[in-house]
Design a protein around this ligand. Structure first.
Ligand SMILES: Nc1nc2c(ncn2[C@@H]2O[C@H](COP(=O)(O)OP(=O)(O)OP(=O)(O)O)[C@@H](O)[C@H]2O)c(=O)[nH]1
Ligand SMILES: [Mg+2]
Length: 626
């Protein structure tokens, strides 16, 4: 039974490849894994013998995009075909939502195919699955071998149910995607029968949905590896890569298998040995699923960090290069990626008029186009946190959203506000096949929006006055939000690249900031945008301190080598201003400092904060030398 989670908005579907040993099950999954676009595939996990025979199972997670706004996760499994792993096969088919039977076309494998099919029927029944009804397709593989059984003969012997059947040469990709698409279609049709609430709206069929889903996952409907030896890697919309480990790699666990098992004394209870094997296989298969899930979560956390990094980068880079429309476009791109949306626009409140800035290819904002939508946007102007609204929620909303071209099924409204005021409202649009954001994603969007409101505020202020002072990079609530995210992420999520501090810190150069970096300063290991952001925050602290004491800010950033570490010192100060007398500076231990602390900790470094003898702020960051 398909696993539907309404709260997380996910559907999990388990598809099992069953068949005799060396029939090509693993090869099918391997080809699917290698051909799937980078953002759609998880890690391919196989537990093998040294000879590459499957011992436990192969596990391939694929994300097929949205089905009625739910994120559809496919768990593709292949059983081990060798006779001795019967207990494992029984376990792996448990809770299967659909099965592909991969037969070996070789003439000398005829009997193994029929025996294996009989065993599959027994195993399905043992797991309370109906072999006459479960979504099932046949693949007659290895059609390239010189001596193969005719398709008709294989079909007559195996396919009594007259299920869809496909010839294949899995090693070249032939028939692989066809088998998969057909199995997915049958399984989704079956799911719609089980859950009438998930049935597609009028005018859409599972077949058309599968066509688009396969296109989205593989960018094609037929694989021919003989023609395309090169892999295409899909870096995602924003070009944000998941660094360090490759997320979609192939994790192979090899277990040496002895030629023969340990010698028993002949009194072993065969049944208890078998149930032990089954319990072991079950535990291991579940462990496999957990490993894949944990990796998925880690990849998601990395993606989140990449989005935050992109947002922070926008806040610390030189302002004059990008005009406000360019800045808005980049803000929207980050939000679109974080939400998995199909389009977006930003309603910007400047002075007394409302500016609508759509992200191409949208030419205008769909919602503000309609009378009802225009009024509704005014209501949305009041919201404090991101909100999702679906077309299915009300008739008026449905007609407003579906009137746009292409038609839209949902909109997420994300307010961009500084500590004091609403700067703009991002409207993120979702098409028919999108995965709609769940509560966790909405929370993340709110959080990214708080970080993004910094650069937006800076741009808006720059528009107002051309000689405005440099603005604080983050407002306090945003800083607290960033700190809470950074402390939740594992330390290894930060990119550890070899950085020359001269390059990494030069964007901070500005009037009133002195950079003292010796030309022979050693490189450090770190994440440039995060480090730059941390230092910009410290500079901001020093500046604020000087201003509060009535001085014109002057900040020194000094880099020096200290044994195996690299020390970066940020010292405040300033010239006396004619404006006012000096007083004690503000408290340094606040939310912003906790962000810097979290970033430094991610780099395995140490942050110390204090004041010099003359009471000016003084920070030291010790970083690891590359
Ligand atoms: N000639 C040919 N070889 C194939 C084809 N498909 C798979 N093979 C090869 O057959 C061997 C076995 O393939 P696997 O995919 O490991 O078979 P399996 O069904 O997973 O086998 P078990 O794990 O033992 O159950 C490998 O060497 C493959 O490269 C095919 O269509 N034609
Ligand atoms: Mg295998």
């Amino acid at each position: 039974m398909v696993d539907v989670n309404h709260q997380e908005r996910t559907i999990k579907v388990k598809l099992v490849y069953y068949g005799p040993a060396v029939g090509g099950k693993t090869t099918n999954l391997k080809v699917l894994h290698e051909s799937a676009l980078g953002t759609r595939r998880g890690q391919f996990l196989s537990v093998n013998s040294a000879q590459d025979r499957t011992i436990l199972c192969d596990l391939l997670p694929l994300a097929s995009g949205g089905f009625r706004g739910y994120g559809l996760k496919l768990q593709m499994l292949a059983v081990p075909g060798q006779t001795m792993y019967a207990a494992t096969r029984r376990v792996v088919v448990k809770n299967a939502d659909g099965v592909a039977f991969v037969a070996n076309s070789a003439s000398d494998r005829w009997q193994e195919n029929t025996q294996c099919l009989q065993e599959m029927v027994v195993n399905l029944k043992a797991q309370h699955l109906d072999p006459t009804n479960i979504p099932l397709v046949f693949q007659y593989n290895k059609r390239d071998l010189p001596d193969v059984v005719e398709m008709e003969a294989l079909s007559g012997a195996l396919n009594g149910r007259k299920a869809p059947e496909f010839p294949a040469v899995a090693t070249t990709g032939e028939g692989v995607l066809e088998t998969f698409s057909s199995l997915l279609t049958l399984t989704m049709e079956d799911m719609c029968r089980q859950y009438p609430s998930l049935e597609l709206p009028a005018g859409q069929t599972v077949t058309t949905w599968v066509r688009e889903a396969v296109e989205g996952m593989f960018g094609r409907h037929h694989i021919d590896l003989s023609e395309e030896p090169d892999q295409t890697v899909d870096p995602g919309e924003l070009g944000l890569e998941l660094d360090a480990a490759e997320p979609g790699g192939h994790l192979k666990i090899q277990i040496p298998t002895p030629e023969e098992g340990p010698r028993g004394d002949g009194t072993t209870d065969v049944r208890s040995a078998e149930s032990l094997a089954e319990a072991y296989a079950e535990a291991s298969a579940e462990l496999g699923l957990v490993v894949v899930e944990v990796r998925g979560e880690r990849d998601l956390a990395r993606m989140r960090l990449a989005e935050i990094r992109a947002a922070l980068e926008l806040g610390t880079e030189a302002m004059h290069d990008a005009d406000i429309e360019e800045r808005v476009r980049r803000i929207l791109k980050i939000l679109v990626q974080a939400a998995g949306a199909n389009g977006a626009s930003l309603l910007l409140s400047t002075a007394d008029l409302l500016k609508v800035l759509p992200l191409p290819p949208l030419a205008d904002d769909p919602l503000s186009q309609t009378v009802w939508g225009g009024d509704h946007v005014e209501e949305l102007w009041q919201i404090a946190e991101p909100r999702l609204e679906e077309a299915t929620g009300s008739a008026q909303r449905a007609s407003a959203l579906r009137a746009s071209d292409p038609s839209v099924e949902a909109v997420a409204s994300v307010p961009l506000r500084s500590a004091e005021r609403l700067l703009g409202l991002a409207l993120l649009y979702f098409g028919t096949h999108a995965v709609l954001p769940n509560a966790e994603v909405l929370q993340h969007l709110g959080f990214v929006a708080r970080v993004l409101s910094g650069p937006l505020e800076a741009s808006a202020a720059r528009e107002a006055t051309s000689h405005a002072d440099r603005l604080r990079v983050l407002s306090r609530p945003s800083a607290a939000a960033v700190a809470s995210l950074l402390t939740r992420l594992p330390a290894e999520s930060a990119r550890k690249m070899r950085l020359l501090l001269t390059d990494a810190l030069s964007p901070l150069q500005a009037p009133g900031i002195i950079l003292e970096i010796p030309p022979d300063a050693p490189a450090v290991l770190g994440d440039a945008p995060l480090l730059r952001f941390a230092l910009a925050t410290l500079v901001g602290q020093c500046e604020a301190d000087a201003l509060e004491r009535g001085r014109i800010p002057e900040v020194l950033i000094r880099v020096e080598q200290d044994g195996g570490a690299v020390k970066v010192e940020v010292t405040g100060g300033g010239q006396a201003s004619v404006m006012s007398a000096s007083q004690a500076g503000p408290d340094l231990a606040d939310a912003e400092l906790s962000v810097v602390g979290a970033i430094v900790a991610m780099h395995g470094g140490i942050l110390t904060a204090g004041r010099t003898e003359s009471q000016t702020p003084h920070f030291t960051i010790e970083l690891v030398q590359a």
